[in-house]
Design a protein around this ligand. Structure first.
Ligand code: SF4
Length: 238
């Protein structure tokens, strides 16, 4: 496996990854068959790199790209309903340059914030297997290491991402308490560094921006924005 010395190198390497046969087949099948509304578009159909600056102080961790969202547009949370909710809230919180995210050429940039996922390929039923999660973990570990000089806060969207993140944090040089912190909406946990070059990190829990949560009111725009504002402050982004 090629070592990535920069976020740019990491993003390129992720986009070329074909390590999970089931997910490669699924993402390419979705790109071939397409959703009717997007039948004239050329789908990305590859692993979706993280999105945001290399010196981000805040990291948002989701689950995996959507077959007709990130897998279509090539950017995390871009072009689907979950992303509509997330980017609108990020814009209100001062973390995104605009509230809309429709495609790679839409002009959106994130402010001090990067969005990643423990699994970079769209999975069937939006659910990767434990093996796929574990196979993808090395990308997250590399990303955490590269972001470490500036990284001060993480918002995790949903319990699945929460479970996936903590082993990566432990391998990336932060002390993870045992038992592991429990996921909940609005929880926050400070983590102390275990390696030189790491700073104290605050990890926030937030319900995922899936339609099951946003359509039912389990996660309201106000609840999401409140977590983002708190994390922005913890990250020293004002
Ligand atoms: S899920 Fe991760 S490890 Fe598997 S093919 Fe996609 S990028 Fe590679």
């Amino acid at each position: 496996m090629k070592a990535c010395r920069s976020i740019d190198e990491l993003d390129s390497a992720v986009a070329d990854c074909r390590a999970c046969p089931r997910l490669v087949a699924w993402r390419e099948e979705a790109a071939r068959t397409k959703r009717a509304a997007y039948r004239d578009e050329i789908y990305w159909g590859r692993a979706v790199p993280s999105f945001g600056p290399a010196d981000a102080r805040l990291l948002i961790v989701g689950l995996a790209p959507a077959a007709h969202g990130g897998n279509r547009t090539g950017r995390m949370f871009t072009g689907d309903r979950s992303g509509d909710v997330l980017f609108a809230a990020m814009h209100r919180a001062g973390l995104a340059s605009q509230p809309d995210s429709t495609g790679l050429d839409d002009g959106l940039h994130l402010l001090g914030t990067r969005i990643t996922a423990p699994v970079h390929c769209a999975p069937p039923d939006n659910l990767p297997t434990p093996d796929e999660r574990d196979r993808c973990r090395h990308w997250l570990i590399t990303e955490l290491g590269l972001l470490a000089p500036d990284l001060r806060a993480i918002v995790v969207l949903g319990g699945w991402g929460w479970q996936a993140l903590f082993p990566a944090l432990a391998e990336s040089g932060w002390t993870v308490p045992r038992p592991r912190p429990r996921f909940g909406h609005g929880v926050r946990y400070p983590l102390t560094p275990a390696l030189p070059g790491r700073a104290e990190l605050t990890v926030f829990g937030c319900y995922h921006v899936s339609q099951q949560n946003t359509f039912t009111g389990r996660l309201t725009p106000e609840m999401l924005e409140a977590v983002l504002v708190e994390a922005k402050s913890a990250a020293g982004l004002g």
